[in-house]
Design a protein around this ligand. Structure first.
Ligand code: ADP
Ligand code: MG
Length: 222
């Protein structure tokens, strides 16, 4: 699902540098990324999603080299193949929850917003416990509820790859386990792989593999 070879990326001269010599995520695999704050976990997810572009090396997602795509193609690829739960949710305040969940359809002409997609949004929201809050705007929702909206939005397109950045961070322990189960269940249904940054150590046994991120930081940039 994801293959990274000899990836390097830096935020400008003297900025943080990341080097990932070799990383593979198999189809259907569930991998947790752990590592200290500032070790580049979010940066790597952004590189895989094609939001950032590597300085060197290859990133392949579902057989496509993301960094080779032109901007418009890359956006389309991301919207149709990748579900991303952002660390800060990235919800739009002027849209009610339902429209936030369906947002990938609004911005991607290649995705058709049909009755099935609307049903899926509704079903996901109910499963996440926000079925009765779909008409509220993000500012009228708690942190945990906003997080669930972000999770529904990441799942609604039935992506092949789910990238999750601290997606359970603002939830209570019961909700954490429940939301992660839901994420895994949907992933299994769609044959999707999951790559999840998490600080919740009690959730780690649920993943197939754990990658410690400390190893990828390039300390001495040449
Ligand atoms: P993590 O998610 O592991 O906490 P990040 O990937 O967010 O780490 O950040 C890694 C490093 O890159 C940090 O030192 C951070 O300050 C820096 N960084 C993140 N985003 C930017 C940016 N847009 N411009 C410059 N530096 C950045
Ligand atoms: Mg981060």
């Amino acid at each position: 699902m994801v293959r990274i070879e000899e990836l390097t990326f830096g935020y400008g001269a003297g900025g943080f540098r990341l080097r990932v010599p070799d990383f593979t995520l198999q189809d259907g695999e569930r991998v947790a990324i752990v590592g200290p704050s500032g070790s580049g976990k979010t940066t790597l997810l952004n590189l895989i999603a094609g939001i950032l572009t590597p300085d060197q090396g290859r990133i392949e997602v579902a057989g496509t080299e993301v960094s080779n795509l032109a901007d418009a193609e890359r956006r389309k690829f991301r919207a149709s193949r990748i579900g991303f739960v952002f660390q800060d949710f990235a919800l739009l305040d002027y849209l009610p929850a339902r429209q936030n969940i369906l947002y990938p359809y609004r911005i991607t002409p290649a995705l058709i917003l049909d009755a099935e997609a609307r049903d899926r949004a509704e079903t996901l929201a109910v499963a996440c416990g926000i079925g009765d809050k779909l008409d509220r705007h993000p500012s009228e929702l708690s942190q945990g509820e906003q997080q669930r909206v972000a999770i529904c939005r990441a799942l609604v397109t039935k992506p092949r790859l789910i990238l999750s950045d601290e997606a359970t961070g603002n939830l209570d322990p019961d909700s954490k386990a429940r939301i992660l189960d839901l994420l895994f269940e949907r992933a299994a249904d769609a044959g999707a792989s999951v790559l999840a940054v998490t600080h919740d150590h009690e959730l780690l046994p649920r993943f197939g593999r754990i990658v410690d991120f400390a190893q990828f930081r390039e300390v001495d940039a040449a």
